[in-house]
Design a protein around this ligand. Structure first.
Ligand code: MG
Length: 304
């Protein structure tokens, strides 16, 4: 795959915590270049843990190679869905999981971040001191923003916390493909992958400030998790921080040229800057993990 010229050297860190209210940590993560994944399991207790672990296990074969490919990510996503579907669901809740990840890819000799997502775990990019949310949630709140024109703050107040509209498993029989974004990597980029236990406790302003105050990715990961737990810790929280220490690639590849490769649905170099959440009280309302039920309730209308 590599031509010997492209290079993306990363430093990374990760941290996770069950939080203050949960006895189990149903989040799972994998940080092993060229693959980085966060999975937030649902379905209650051991079933949620089994689901998120199954997702992580599906991506393990991608570790320990120089580059991952979009095809490998697609295949791993399908393996994850088969594995979670095979898990026994006790009672009414079928086990399920989110999937948020970053794969280090090479496209036309250019090192890239391949960002992929199903659910409401998130990937952000910090570049030039500016934090941008790359992934788009599959959640009721995001549906209100997209379909009803709600502001982010209004959507958070209106939609029950943690209700997602797509998941790995969660009673779904259809095989989903993850949403994907391909970003050309630049030296100094910092990527953040996190479960919603971070983003429901901390505003984007605070996340950005914490990332900017901790140059070491391990320290930054721990600081973010600690801040989320201190802010309430109502959910499991998991964070991976990836820094591009050195990027070398084919000279001056235009994003329009890469677009013609059509290896992923969308190739973008600049993500629209998302409006940062206004400072204010946390919008969290429901404390129970309602996402499994919400995912089922949402199917047929929002699953596309
Ligand atoms: Mg969660």
């Amino acid at each position: 795959m590599g031509d010997g010229r492209a290079r993306l050297d990363v430093r990374y860190g990760a941290a996770t915590d069950a939080g203050r209210l949960r006895t189990h940590n149903e989040d799972a993560h994998l940080a092993s270049p060229p693959i980085f994944v966060v999975a937030d399991g649902m379905g209650g207790h051991a079933r949620g843990e089994d689901a998120s672990r199954a997702v992580i296990d599906a991506f393990r074969p991608l570790a320990s190679q120089t580059w991952a490919t979009a095809e490998q990510v697609t295949a791993a996503t399908q393996r994850a869905q088969l594995a979670v579907r095979r898990l026994r669901g006790g009672g009414s809740a079928q086990p399920g999981s989110t999937l948020a990840g970053v794969a280090l890819c090479e496209q036309a000799g250019q090192p890239c971040w391949l960002v992929f997502n199903i659910g409401d775990s998130r990937t952000y990019r910090l570049r030039g001191g500016e934090l941008e949310q790359v992934s788009v949630d599959h959640s009721q709140a995001q549906a209100l923003i997209d379909e009803a024109g709600y502001s982010a703050a209004r959507a958070r107040r209106a939609a029950p916390r943690n209700v997602i509209t797509r998941a790995i498993g969660g009673g779904l029989s259809a095989t989903l493909t993850a949403d994907e974004w391909l970003l050309i990597a630049a030296t100094g980029d910092r990527l953040l992958i996190c479960s919603d236990g971070l983003t429901t406790e901390l505003t984007d302003h605070l996340i950005a400030a914490t990332l900017l105050s901790a140059p070491d990715p391990t320290v930054a990961s721990a600081a973010l998790v600690e801040a989320a737990v201190s802010a309430g810790g109502r959910d499991n929280v998991t964070v991976i921080v990836i820094d591009a220490e050195r990027v070398a690639g084919a000279a001056a590849v235009d994003t329009d040229d890469i677009d013609t490769l059509s290896l992923v649905p969308e190739v973008i170099d600049e993500v629209d800057t998302m409006p940062l959440a206004p400072e204010g009280p946390s919008p969290a309302t429901a404390e129970s993990d309602t996402r499994g039920a919400g995912a089922r309730a949402g199917q047929g209308r929002t699953f596309t």
